[in-house]
Design a binder for this molecule. Structure first.
Ligand code: CAP
Ligand code: MG
Length: 412
C-alpha cells in the first residue's frame, strides 16, 4: 500500500469546489527545492500532511489540501471545509498561516489572499454595524467621519486627556480615540477616564448640537476586556476600541459576542500588523488580516492612508474595496485612515479612498500652532471643503484655522 507523501498534495488539474477555502500564497522555495516540491509541502503541512510518508490503517477523513495552481511565485491551495472548525479563527489560522511560515522548504512565504466560502463565512458573525455607523451614530451624510487621538500618546492625566477631547469635539471632531498604549495606568485610570470623558462628551454635544462619541481602549486580557466592555455599556457608550493583533483574534471574537449583547460597535486598531505584513514576500498580508477582522466582526479598522502620511501601507485602496465588497451577506467594515495625516492632505486622501472612511489625525490636530481646538476646526474645515468640492486654499481664505494648518504643513 502506498503511503501519503508530499507529492499527493499537488494536482494542477484539480478544480476547487465552492465549499473550499482557497488561499493564494507567494512562495520563494528554498535553494534545494523546485516550486512544485515547495507548493506541495505548503498544501501538506497546512492541512493533514507531515515530513514522513504515512501509512494509515483503516479509513480516515480525507482532509488534504491541494495545491492546484502555480504561476511564477504565486501558488493557490484549496482546503476542504471539513478541515476547519466552524467559527474558530484561531484554528483556521493555525492551518493556513501556521507552521508553513517557518518551514525550511521555503525561504519566504506570504499568505496574500483568501476566498472565503459561504458556509465557513456564515460561521462568523461579521460586523454588527459596519460603515453604517457613519450615518446611524453621527448622521454624517456623505462626509467622512473624523477622529483624533490625544498626543502625547501617554502621560496626560485624566483631566488633561479629557480636556483635549473636549476641545477636539467642540472643534468639530466626531470621535475621541485613545492611543494604543493607553489602557489603565495610574496616571490615567480607565474608569475615571471613561466617566469624565462621557461628561465632556455630553457637554460638547449640548454645545455643538452634534453627536459625539469615544473610542476608549479596552485592550487587555480577555476577562478584563469583557469587564471594560460592560462598563462602557453601563456608562452609555457606543463603541469600544480593541487592538486586535496584539490581543489576538480569539479575544476579539469573545469581545464581539459581548458587544452584541450591549449593542456596541468595535473600533479595531492594528498595532503589530507590520510584523506580519511589512516584509513584502513573507508573512500575512494586511488584506488577509482585514478579512479576518471582518469575519470576527469589527466595525471599523485601520487600513492605512494610501501612501499619504507617516507610515508604510499595503494597498489601502484594494483592502478598502474588499471591506466594502459582498461577502456572502456579511456587513462591510468602515476603513480608518490614520498616521501622519493633517488637514492639507484631506482632499488627496478622499480622492484616493472616497468618503466612506474615518479620518484619524493625532499630531495633525494637536500640533496646530493654535492648539487642539483650532486643529480640530481645521480638520473639519478641510473635510467640509473637500466634500463640497471647494478648493482647499480658497476655503482657507475664509477659515483662519485651516489657513494656519496649511501654512504649517502644506498640502502634501
Ligand atoms: C496616529 C497613531 C496611530 C497610527 C496607527 C500613531 O497618530 O495614533 O496609532 O496611525 O497606524 O500613534 O501613530 P498621528 P495605522 O495622527 O499623530 O500620526 O493607522 O496605519 O494602523
Ligand atoms: Mg496611535
Amino acid at each position: 500500500m502506498a503511503g501519503i507523501t508530499y507529492e499527493d498534495f499537488l494536482d494542477t488539474s484539480y478544480e476547487p469546489a465552492d465549499s473550499e477555502l482557497v488561499c493564494t500564497f507567494s512562495v520563494d522555495p528554498a535553494a534545494d527545492m523546485d516550486m512544485a516540491a515547495a507548493a506541495s509541502r505548503v498544501a501538506s503541512e497546512s492541512s493533514n500532511g507531515t515530513w514522513a510518508e504515512l501509512q494509515v490503517d483503516g479509513e480516515i477523513t480525507d482532509l488534504s489540501a491541494t495545491a492546484f495552481e502555480i504561476d511564477g511565485r504565486r501558488v493557490q491551495v484549496a482546503y476542504p471545509d471539513s478541515l476547519f472548525e466552524a467559527g474558530n479563527m484561531a484554528q483556521i489560522l493555525s492551518c493556513i498561516a501556521g507552521n508553513i511560515m517557518g518551514m525550511k522548504a521555503v525561504d519566504r512565504i506570504r499568505l496574500l489572499d483568501c476566498e472565503w466560502p459561504e458556509a465557513l463565512t456564515a460561521s462568523f458573525p461579521g460586523p454588527r454595524f459596519g460603515s453604517a455607523v457613519r450615518e446611524s451614530i453621527f448622521g454624517a451624510g456623505d462626509r467622512p467621519i473624523t477622529a483624533t487621538v490625544p498626543k502625547p500618546k501617554v502621560g496626560l492625566s485624566t483631566d488633561q486627556h479629557v480636556q483635549v477631547g473636549y476641545e477636539a469635539w467642540t472643534g468639530g471632531i466626531d470621535l475621541l480615540k485613545d492611543d494604543e498604549n493607553l489602557t489603565d495606568q495610574p496616571f490615567n485610570p480607565f474608569r475615571d477616564r471613561l466617566i469624565e470623558s462621557f461628561g465632556a462628551r455630553d457637554r460638547a454635544e449640548a454645545e455643538t448640537g452634534e453627536k459625539k462619541s469615544y473610542l476608549i481602549n479596552v485592550t487587555a486580557d480577555t476577562n478584563t476586556m469583557l469587564e471594560r466592555v460592560d462598563m462602557v455599556a453601563e456608562e452609555g457608550g457606543e463603541y469600544v476600541m480593541v487592538d486586535v493583533i496584539t490581543c489576538g483574534w480569539a479575544a476579539v471574537q469573545t469581545v464581539r459576542d459581548q458587544c452584541e449583547k450591549h449593542d456596541l460597535a468595535i473600533h479595531a486598531h492594528r498595532a503589530m500588523h507590520a510584523a506580519f505584513d511589512r516584509v513584502p514576500n513573507h508573512g500575512v498580508s494586511m488584506r488577509v488580516l482585514a478579512q479576518v477582522a471582518r469575519l470576527c466582526g469589527v466595525d471599523q479598522l485601520h487600513t492605512g492612508t494610501a501612501d499619504l502620511g507617516k507610515l508604510e501601507n499595503e494597498d489601502s485602496r484594494g483592502i478598502n474595496d474588499w471591506l466594502a465588497s459582498d461577502l456572502h451577506g456579511l456587513r462591510d467594515v468602515l476603513p480608518v485612515a490614520s498616521g501622519g495625516l493633517h488637514p492639507g492632505l484631506v482632499p488627496e486622501l478622499v480622492d484616493r479612498l472616497g468618503t466612506n472612511i474615518c479620518i484619524q489625525a493625532g499630531g495633525g490636530i494637536h500640533g496646530h500652532p493654535d492648539g487642539t481646538h483650532a486643529g480640530a476646526k481645521a480638520l473639519r474645515q478641510a473635510v467640509d471643503a473637500t466634500v463640497a468640492g471647494v478648493d482647499l486654499d480658497e476655503y482657507a481664505a475664509e477659515h483662519p484655522e485651516l489657513e494656519t494648518a496649511i501654512g504649517k504643513w502644506g498640502t502634501e
